[in-house]
Ligand binder design. Structure first.
Ligand code: RIB
Length: 302
């Protein structure tokens, strides 16, 4: 099986359930406070490892209790943590509220995640060189992401960018991306095209392809996902499940795609596998606490 290197964030998620999201200036009473290991990078690495992937992660935590807990969580799931650095200062934290409709709102204080520097990529370059697939998101500094993708492409690796949380990206980042995995909102921000229907998605995707992306898999929530490259588009319907918390659903999807491609699955098989994983993840609360194992996926009847 091909090896995967994730370069990204680790956050401690501080989660509260609410009936409905508070309005500006409003104080509301929530319930069920929980601390749950999260961070888009770490969630994707854990998703891959639980699905049988061979995964190492480059990232940083602070020198506090949260940092220790997050590294321990990765180790428990067999993610190689050799390339996780410990910095003076706080670990990344995400303040998350989840409402009765399974929707969430997330504010991230990046802490040590914003200290992952270009120099760290140089000193941990063996993690990239020893992998076949390199996966990044957008919760670490953009300069570092740009450099990581460049180094990965120079070394002939297959690169995946999950562009979350989305920002407008310079072409020098996009040109080194093989697979882009945005949701519709992220694709709107990246392409500058307002998305109202499938044709808009295709136009927006074409803009990214013109900038150098080889292929996109756009996640459409309960509508499924859409594969687009220069020649073809493939729509995969979502599995219908009762969602209780959508936190990390996108992470589980990108993680599952990466493992499927590491196992040389074709696009249709990979999308089906990732759709099952995404469906299973929304049926449980939290980020890493919601990510399924390969056994869970195999016994899932959608
Ligand atoms: O994608 C979900 C993740 O976003 C959470 O775990 C939180 O830490 C933020 O990074």
């Amino acid at each position: 099986m091909k090896k995967i290197c994730v370069i990204g964030s680790l956050n401690m998620d501080l989660v509260v359930k609410v009936d409905a999201m508070p309005k500006g200036g409003q104080t509301i009473i929530g319930s069920d406070f929980k601390e749950v290991p999260g961070g888009k990078g770490a969630n994707q690495a854990v998703a891959m490892a639980r699905l049988g992937g061979n995964v190492s992660m480059i990232g940083k935590v602070g020198n506090d209790g949260f940092g220790q807990t997050l590294i321990k969580a990765l180790k428990n799931d067999n993610v190689d943590t050799k390339y996780i650095g410990i910095e003076d200062g706080p670990t990344g934290v995400a303040l998350i509220t989840v409402d009765n409709n399974a929707e969430n709102s997330i504010v991230v204080a990046p802490g040590a995640n914003f200290k992952v520097a270009v120099e760290d990529i140089d000193s941990d370059i063996e993690a990239i060189l020893n992998s076949d697939i390199v996966v990044v998101q957008l919760e670490t500094p953009l300069e570092t992401i740009k450099y990581s993708l460049k180094k990965a492409k120079e070394a002939g690796k297959y690169t995946i960018l999950n562009p979350a949380p989305a920002v407008v990206l310079e072409d020098a980042v996009i040109e080194n991306v093989d697979l882009l995995t945005p949701n519709e909102t992220e694709l709107e921000i990246l392409s500058g095209i307002q998305i109202n229907n499938e044709d808009d998605i295709k136009r927006a995707a074409q803009i990214m392809i013109d900038k150098g992306v080889k292929e996109l898999i756009v996640t459409l929530g309960s509508k499924g996902s859409l594969y687009i490259n220069k020649e073809k588009t493939i729509l995969k319907k979502a599995y219908k499940v009762e969602a209780i918390d959508t936190t990390a659903a996108g992470d589980s999807y990108t993680g599952a795609l990466s493992v499927a491609f590491a196992n040389n699955k074709d696009v249709v098989e990979a999308m089906d596998f990732a759709s099952k994983v995404g469906a299973l993840s929304v049926m449980k609360e939290g980020a890493q606490s919601s990510l399924p194992t390969l056994k869970d996926v195999e016994s899932f009847r959608g």
